[in-house]
Design a protein around this ligand. Sequence first.
Ligand SMILES: Cc1cc2nc3c(=O)[nH]c(=O)nc-3n(C[C@H](O)[C@H](O)[C@H](O)COP(=O)(O)O)c2cc1C
Length: 202
Amino acid sequence: MNKFIAIVGSNSKKSTNREFLQYMQSHFQNQAEIELVEIKDLPLYKKSADKYVPELALDIAKRIEAADGVIIATPEYDHSIPAALSSALAWLSYGIHPFVDKPVMITGASYGSLGSSRAQAQLRQILDSPEIKARIMPSSEFLLGHSLQAFDENGDLKDKQLITQLDGLFKDFLQFVNISKQLNNANVVNKQKAAEFSWDKD
Ligand SMILES: Cc1cc2nc3c(=O)[nH]c(=O)nc-3n(C[C@H](O)[C@H](O)[C@H](O)COP(=O)(O)O)c2cc1C
């Protein structure tokens, strides 16, 4: 069974994005093992002369390395991903490169009707940067709009059409992960290039 890391893109105590990933964890329990990862205890990213990376970021990186794929659920603040998620991704690309060629499924929930669509588009761009270089599943937006009203008292999604869409996208993700495992011939060089990449060089 594939093992996935699901990154909660919020540092809030109460988050519909966390609720959504918990729903995925239980809804897909017979298809994949999904482990939720929190970013809320990471410090704000900053550069340092010795390129220090906090233990917690190193631990998350190890878990990503060991996983078959990553699911990210992003909130949307002022049409962008939360500062906490941006900061976490900066740590996870600072001298460490766990995302290189790693299959990623982008999802997100928001209180408005657009379901964090702008944040998701931005996240796609960030994950394509030279130090991250994730393998993002194409043509696969999953937008959970009006997320405060989206779950019933058991934490299940109420909208049946949305569940059908999610089921289809998750099935696609499982296929995408399997195909990705066969498309890994450049991985060693890709990792090397990510490691060698530096914004400080001329
Ligand atoms: C400062 C601030 C900015 C927000 N900006 C947006 C936004 O641009 N789009 C949106 O749909 N919701 C916005 N929201 C509402 C929710 O925070 C947002 O929908 C979020 O994705 C909910 O995710 P969560 O339940 O995981 O916290 C904003 C809220 C705050 C406090």
